[in-house]
Design a protein around this ligand. Structure first.
Ligand code: GDG
Length: 746
């Protein structure tokens, strides 16, 4: 209907123009043909006169001659010649043929012949009047008047008019038809082009590529799409019901089942040789805790360093093994590192350099040239593995963490069409702090190979953008949260990570809270009415374990009534123990624990239990369920998942969470008791408040915390990132399209 209206808008003026043209052309055509014929007739008249001249001259000598009369009679037998008259020089009609009008005098004939249009209408129809002098030897003798038939001109003129009108009408029809066809095709082309633009398809119908007129439209569309995306993200707000199925359907619909590749240093399953058998261990890692359920939901390939001593025994010829063991839901591709590589890249550059650089924990970063070389080399090896595992030119690659700052640009170089999502699990410092890294520029450039760069909080995003602004020549669009570097855009966004919310089936398999409490208390030798606070961490100086111990000590000082009635259990999973900074820290924790225990212990009472060993997940869950208080006092933490695990474990809605304001989680979990871990007094008071908190208040706070974590679960984290990736892929396709249409617009 729209096309018809459009075409009519074009056709009506066209038809009117053609009618007007015909209306104007016909009289012009008439006049022209008449002039042509008049000229022909004059020539013809001259010819006839010349032929008759001699006979007329002779005849004029002899006034009695009748030859001329009979000559005239013969000549007028020519159907075109109507009549002939011979006039004397004095204007007297001397002779004339039959048919010569009796009323036509020589003078009249001469007057008409002088006119522009020497025409006369006589009885038989219109005639052309011409007068021609007869020249003898002595000069002009007489004038010959020739009346030639003009009715054939009228007939021909009518014919010409008819043909002209038919021609114009025919032309009109042909032009109208061509217009309709071209308009239809163009409209279809534009519509399908626009639809394809909206779908973001790179290979739109061939017609589109020859439609530069769509370029401004596409540019406009691009801007509009961005705004829509921003609106869409804002409108997302709190969402409910993110679960594995929703994530899977997102991959099916928005990402059309594209291949998903995860890269991380730590592997989700470690095979260890214990005696004669091989056991599978789950590492103590927040990253693994978060990403593993996502991979189980989405399948795909996870590339990681094979660090277990039996890892190589269980892989196939391509270093792949299906995991989780026995369930075979996704592929784990192991990459082997030499001892030097691991030392330089992992322990050296990543954990002695970048880790303290990004955490404000007052531990100096160490930067060694050799570590940097290993870091680059290992990043390159992982990039090669990504390319090798990639089944298409545009896989979705999820790069995990600070071990792979250079990887995005390396992948981008080999797979320019890949969608690379990099998630930085730790904080990003301010530009001054980051500036002390000798390879700050290379790191930033490496990270900007990323399509979407995620941090836990807006604050970390802001720090990153300011750092780029300070050290690179890049264009930053704060409004859209994008960085444009070397003609490539990176979208920087906050995606607060989380945990997998336990299903009803999982919860049904857990022992009851009372049972957990009995088991844990028996194991620790605590009386039933004892109060228990716990801390669960990797044994890391950023987690605030020392400050926590000081707070426990201060609590016992300030409130001695808790002696023999309250204990604190710290699970400290071994981590990076080969680094001196960690060893010193761990020694210090052991020493402070011993000191506190010495100070407050009684024969049957140990105030602090330091469990510096790896625990199975189920043992941790038991501990979470047995505790009255969970203490998370990180000095600086990207997010912190322990606090979320504690909340998820408390389906009885009891227990109190004490949470550091310097953990990313504090922004979501405001119903916890929020503390500054550097302020020992404040943390000790929070412990006192937690231990004395009425059950109703515990329930209220816990119920609210549980709602938050259930809603903001890890599937939402991944879902939001993958949704943004889907939108980004759409926009990239459009931009590629726009670039092909009119590069100068970009
Ligand atoms: C980084 C960021 C961010 C602890 N001990 C054992 C054990 N764990 C598990 C916990 C938890 C995980 O380790 C630690 O989580 P965190 O969140 O504290 O993380 P980091 O390892 O420092 O990880 C952090 C995280 O990435 C995710 O983005 O939250 O801010 O620093 O799941 O339960 N697990 C087992 N045995 C233990 O002894 N199995």
């Amino acid at each position: 209907m729209n096309t018809l209206r459009l075409q009519l808008r074009f056709l009506v003026p066209l038809i009117l123009t053609l009618v007007a043209a015909a209306y104007l052309a016909v009289p012009v055509m008439d006049r022209l043909t008449l002039r042509w014929f008049a000229r022909d007739l004059s020539l013809r008249g001259s010819l006839v006169t010349k032929t008759l001249s001699d006979s007329i001259a002779e005849d004029l000598q002899d006034s009695r001659s009748v030859r001329l009369q009979s000559l005239f009679n013969r000549v007028v037998q020519d159907e075109r010649l109507v009549a002939i008259g011979l006039c004397s020089l004095a204007g007297q009609l001397l002779r004339h043929s039959p048919g010569y009008p009796a009323t036509l005098t020589c003078q009249q004939a001469s007057d008409v012949a002088q006119q522009d249009n020497p025409q006369l209408r006589i009885e038989g129809g219109p005639v052309h009047v011409g007068t021609y002098p007869i020249i003898g030897d002595s000069g002009p003798l007489a004038n010959l008047v020739l009346l030639q038939d003009l009715s054939f001109v009228e007939r021909r003129s009518q014919d010409t008019q008819k043909y002209l009108i038919i021609l114009i009408a025919g032309l009109g029809v042909i032009i109208a038809l061509i217009t309709v066809i071209v308009a239809q095709l163009s409209w279809r082309g534009w519509v399908s082009g626009a639809r394809a633009l909206l779908r973001g398809e790179g290979l739109i119908s061939p017609m589109m590529s020859s439609s530069p007129e769509l370029a401004p439209f596409a540019a406009e569309l691009r801007v509009r799409l961005r705004d829509l995306e921003d609106e869409y993200r804002r409108s997302l707000g709190p969402e409910v019901n993110w679960d594995p199925e929703r994530l899977r359907s997102l991959l099916r619909t928005q990402l059309r089942g594209d291949q998903l590749i995860v890269v991380s240093n730590r592997e989700p399953y470690i095979h260890e040789q214990v005696g004669d058998s091989i056991v599978v261990k789950r590492p103590a890692s927040g990253l693994v805790t978060a990403v593993e359920p996502v991979m189980r939901a989405c399948s795909g390939t996870w590339i990681a360093h094979g660090s277990g001593n039996a890892d190589a025994l269980v892989v196939d010829a391509h270093d792949r093994v299906m995991v989780p063991p026995g369930r075979d839901e996704y592929t784990l591709r192991r990459l082997w590192l030499s001892a030097e590589e691991e030392q330089g890249y992992y322990y050296g550059f990543a954990n002695e350099g970048l880790w303290p650089l990004c955490h404000v924990a007052h531990v100096r970063p160490v930067f060694r040239e050799s570590d940097w070389q290993h870091y680059r080399q290992v990043n390159q090896r992982f990039a090669d593995a990504v390319v090798a595992e990639s089944r298409s030119e545009d896989p979705i690659v999820l790069v995990q963490d600070y071990h792979f700052a250079l990887l995005p640009a390396m992948i981008r170089k080999r797979l320019p069409r890949a969608t690379i999502l990099t998630f930085w699990h730790i904080p990003w410092p301010n530009p001054e702090s980051f500036g002390i890294c000798p390879w700050r520029q290379e790191i930033l450039e490496g990270m900007l190979g990323t399509t979407i760069l995620g941090f836990h909080t807006r604050f970390h995003c802001k720090n990153f953008m300011e750092t780029v602004d300070r050290y690179l020549e890049a264009r930053i669009e704060h409004e859209h949260s994008t960085i444009s570097f070397h003609d490539k855009n990176t979208f920087v966004e906050s995606y607060p990570i989380s945990i997998e919310w336990p299903t009803a089936q999982t919860v049904a398999g857990w022992p009851a809270v009372e049972q957990c409490r009995r088991t844990v208390f028996e194991r620790l030798g605590l009386p039933a009415d004892h109060r228990l606070a716990i801390g669960v961490d990797r044994f890391d100086y950023t987690k605030g374990i020392l400050e926590r111990l000081h707070a426990v000590e201060r609590l016992l000082e300030k409130h001695p009534e808790w002696i023999e009635h309250f204990s604190f259990v710290q699970v400290a999973a071994p981590s990076r123990g080969s680094l001196e900074e960690y060893r010193l820290f761990q020694d210090r924790i052991h020493a402070v624990t011993a000191r506190i225990n010495q100070r407050f212990a009684t024969p049957n009472y140990t105030p602090v239990h330091l469990l510096a060993e790896h625990h199975e997940h189920q043992a941790l869950n038991e501990l979470y369920r047995a505790a009255d208080v969970c203490v998370v006092t990180s000095l600086h933490d990207g997010m912190n998942l322990v606090c979320k695990e504690f909340v998820a474990a408390r389906d009885d809605e009891r227990g109190v969470l004490i949470l550091s304001r310097f953990a990313g989680a504090a922004r979501e979990m405001s119903q916890a008791l929020i503390v500054n871990p550097y302020h020992v007094e404040e943390t000790a008071d929070a412990l006192q408040r937690a231990l004395t908190m009425p059950e109703a208040e515990q329930r209220e706070r816990m119920a609210s915390l549980r709602m938050t974590v259930r809603e903001f679960n890890v599937y939402r984290w991944a879902g939001r990132m993958l949704t943004d990736a889907g939108h980004w892929r759409l926009r990239e396709r459009i931009e590629a399209r726009v670039q092909r249409l009119q590069p100068e617009l970009l």
